[in-house]
Ligand binder design. Structure first.
Ligand code: C2E
Ligand code: MG
Ligand code: MG
Length: 755
């Protein structure tokens, strides 16, 4: 259901409606019209009042003047009364005086009692009326007779004058009744009367009508244009007359009277209306524009929000590893940089843990990538449980994981985390229906001691990891000062190693193995040394792992085999021709398909019988790529080469595979021999291994024999061969030959000798 619009919204919508400015204009127009009407009305009233004043003034003036003239006639009549014998000349003179004084008269007449005009002044222009009887109709006669009888004046009303034009005559009786001596009469020409009485200004501005009762008595300025709607009638109080004066103004006069206010008010209001409407229109436009802008802004903001969300999604996707779901390396590094900035501010430590799954590569190679991926996912799930606000776990690729502990107050915090990581690996991982025990090796760099920026920390954690791997697996190593130097050294060595073969810098040292039963030396182990041009003689631990990493080990291995065969060839036909040489092969060398061929070629090239050569392999070859390795070993065995298992006991310690592989010799690792006379468990293991090997028809060599006690113990427990510093350190061939020749080496001891 649609939400009802709020009152404010409705108001705003109304205000923004396009009709609103028109409404405003109409309101102003209405007000303007109203005001104009009101002021106009007032104005008209004002004009009417002025007109009334004018009319009244005219009427008053007419009255006054008329009465003055009447009075003059009356005085003449009185003079005649007083002097009935007045001569015509006297009268004429009197009349002329009046005519001069009052220019209004058309004529002054004396009329006898029979109403006949007798005397008249001025004569010119009026002469023909002398002898005229003014009682020219019954009405006039009655009026005059009445005046004659009563002695009251009579005014003729407006009549057509004998002299022409219109006029009126005032008859003043001279005595009343029987004594009447006629009338003194004043003749007024209406036009003259009116013009005389009314100022020229007034005459221009008005049309004037004089009515006698209902009859129009006289009209002045008939031609002049009059304003419609304006007229005023004022009564003229004259004896015997019932006059009214109607004044109609000219348009010009009305205009001159009109005030400017109505128009000015109207125009200004209209102007204000237009202005207000335009302003409203403008405000509307601005508001609408604003609204449009706001709308656009909102749309933009929502678009920006959407984009942000998309970007966040993308960032999340970009920051996550697709396989494991953990943070990826790029995100981890960005986060680490950020974390370090905060740590710097808060004076806190940060730990970076680099972690490698032990032997993952081997598992991946032997059990397939699918297996590897699944294992990685399982491991990631476990590690991800350690994730928290303070711990970020990331997958770096391969079998490498990274953990960042963002709040480290003391080193124990890191140790604790390492314990938790180790704990994550305690339970085997169920992959493809089988449980697999996996361990991890870790290198740790702590900010700020082990590096001040993310890259340095990462590099140093890597160095520490490398060191940890060197120490064996399933362990950890903190980065320490100097590791970096070793790392530099390592990289340099790696570079030098590429030239070592070409420069013939490798040499073989030999360490004899004594047969405890016969006290004879029938075999020697060839141990490689690198005569480094600057660093001197380097033991294999310094460069073999490097060579294994870089893949150069294959070439080195070939050189070792060839060098051993050459040595065997040299010994042929000498007192040392019975010696067998044991060479060490690393697991990776077995990957080389042509290994067996190469060994055969080396033997043949030097005409050395294969049984003179022994190959030592560590236990891991029994785990990785089993089928392939088994095949390689079988081929070697068929060739007649002896096979020995080196460092037995440190790796898988599973004796089961010994049955399946064609092994001739088993070398118990030095770590068991070192304390074999002190530690009961080592003694037990050593004894058990010897017995088991013997049961399988395999001979046993004890490595690292350094004391007579060890030698005695081994002899007592029927170990076949011993090898160690007690007899001889690894030495160059010449030294070995000399020692053998001179018989300076300890080669045996009597059983139960008491040592
Ligand atoms: P390995 O095959 O177990 O060799 C025995 C190592 O123990 C030698 O160390 C030897 O000097 C040392 N050793 C022998 N007797 C004693 C003893 O009484 N006390 C002590 N403390 N040590 C003793 P080296 O020569 O440094 O060789 C180390 C490892 O390097 C060898 O262990 C072997 O795995 C590897 N290696 C040596 N030469 C080669 C080679 O030509 N190719 C390959 N792939 N690996 C080699
Ligand atoms: Mg060896
Ligand atoms: Mg060994």
């Amino acid at each position: 259901m649609e939400k009802p619009e709020s009152v404010t919204n409705q108001v705003v919508r109304g205000l923004l409606h396009p009709v609103f400015p028109v409404v405003i204009f109409l309101v102003f127009l209405a007000i303007a019209s109203g005001l104009k009407y009101g002021i106009d009305k007032q104005d008209r009233e004002q004009i009417q009042a002025s007109l009334a004043n004018e009319a009244q003034a005219m009427a008053d003036n007419l009255e006054r003047e008329f009465l003055v003239h009447l009075e003059a006639i009356r005085r003449m009549a009185q003079r005649m009364e007083a002097n009935p014998d007045m001569r015509e000349s006297t009268w004429s003179q009197d009349a002329r005086n009046y005519l001069n004084d009052f220019g209004v008269y058309q004529a002054i007449e004396w009329i006898d009692r029979d109403f006949v005009i007798r005397w008249l002044e001025p004569l010119s222009g009026n002469r023909e009326v002398v002898g005229y009887n003014v009682a020219f109709n019954a009405e006039r006669r009655a009026a005059l007779e009445q005046a004659r009888a009563s002695g009251t004046i009579d005014i003729s009303g407006v009549i057509d004058l004998r002299q022409g034009g219109q006029g009126l005559v005032i008859y003043v009786p001279i005595h009343a009744g029987a004594d009447n001596n006629g009338f003194m009469a004043g003749v007024f020409k209406m036009e003259t009367l009116a013009r005389q009485l009314l100022t020229s200004r007034v005459l221009d501005a008005f049309r004037i009508r004089i009515t006698d009762g209902d009859d129009l008595a006289y009209e002045l300025n008939t031609s002049s244009e009059t304003a419609r709607g304006f007229a005023h009638t004022a009564p003229v109080e004259l004896p015997t007359l019932n006059w009214a004066l109607t004044v109609t103004p000219s348009a010009a006069w009305v205009d001159s009277q009109r005030s400017l206010w109505p128009s000015a008010t109207f125009v200004s209001m209209l102007f204000m209306g237009i202005l207000t409407s335009l302003t409203t229109l403008l405000v509307q436009l601005i508001l609408k524009r604003n609204r449009a802008l706001l709308k656009t802004r909102r749309e933009l903001e929502s678009e920006i929000d959407q984009r942000k969300a998309i970007q966040q999604d993308l960032a999340r996707l970009e920051s996550t590893d697709a396989l494991t779901g953990l943070a990826n390396r790029r995100f981890f590094m960005e986060d680490l940089t950020h974390t370090l900035t905060i740590a710097d501010r808060q004076m806190r430590q940060v730990a970076l843990v680099m972690m490698d799954l032990d032997r993952f590569q081997m598992l991946n190679d032997s059990l397939g990538h699918q297996f590897g991926d699944e294992l990685l996912i399982k491991v990631s799930e476990r590690l991800n449980r350690l994730s928290s606000e303070k711990v970020l776990v990331a997958y770096s690729g391969g079998d490498e994981f990274m953990v960042c502990q963002q709040h480290v107050d003391e080193l124990d915090d890191v140790i604790n985390l390492l314990g938790q990581i180790k704990q994550s690996f305690a339970e085997p991982f169920e992959v493809q229906g089988e449980a697999h025990s996996v361990t991890a090796t870790m290198g740790i760099a702590v900010y700020p001691q082990s590096g001040l920026d993310a890259d340095t920390l990462l590099r140093n954690a890597d160095v520490a990891l490398y060191r940890a791997k060197e120490q064996g697996r399933n362990t950890y190593q903190f980065y320490t000062e100097g590791m970096q130097d070793r790392e530099v050294l390592r990289l340099e060595l790696d570079k030098d190693l590429s030239h070592a073969l070409a420069n013939d810098e490798f040499v073989l040292y030999f360490q004899p193995q004594v047969d405890l039963e016969s006290s004879e030396i029938r075999s020697v182990e060839a141990l490689i040394r690198w005569q480094h041009p600057r660093r001197g003689l380097l033991p294999p631990v310094e460069f073999i792992p490097l060579a294994e990493e870089s893949g150069r080990i294959t070439e080195i291995g070939r050189w070792v085999v060839m060098a051993a065969c050459r040595q065997l060839a040299q010994w042929q036909g000498t007192e040392f021709e019975h010696l067998r040489i044991a060479v060490n092969l690393s697991g990776r060398e077995l990957d080389d398909e042509s290994l067996v061929d190469h060994i055969r070629d080396a033997l043949e090239a030097n005409s050395v019988p294969p049984r003179r050569l022994e190959v030592e392999l560590t236990e891991e070859i029994f785990i990785q790529n089993i089928e392939h390795n088994l095949d390689q070993l079988s081929r070697l065995h068929k060739l007649g080469v002896h096979l020995a298992i080196d460092d037995f006991g440190v790796g898988y310690s599973s004796l089961g595979y010994l049955r399946d592989f064609p092994v001739d010799l088993l070398k118990i690792d030095r770590s068991f021999i070192t304390d074999v006379t002190e530690r009961h468990d080592d003694a037990v293991i050593t004894r058990a291994v010897i017995n088991l090997a013997h049961n399988l028809g395999i001979q046993v060599v004890a490595e690292g024999v350094e004391t007579m006690e060890q030698l005695v113990f081994l002899k007592n427990h029927r170990c076949d061969l011993v090898q160690g510093y007690l007899i001889s350190r690894p030495v160059p061939a010449a030294t070995l030959e000399k020692a053998l020749r001179e018989g300076t080496m300890i080669t045996g001891v009597a059983v139960d000798s008491g040592l």
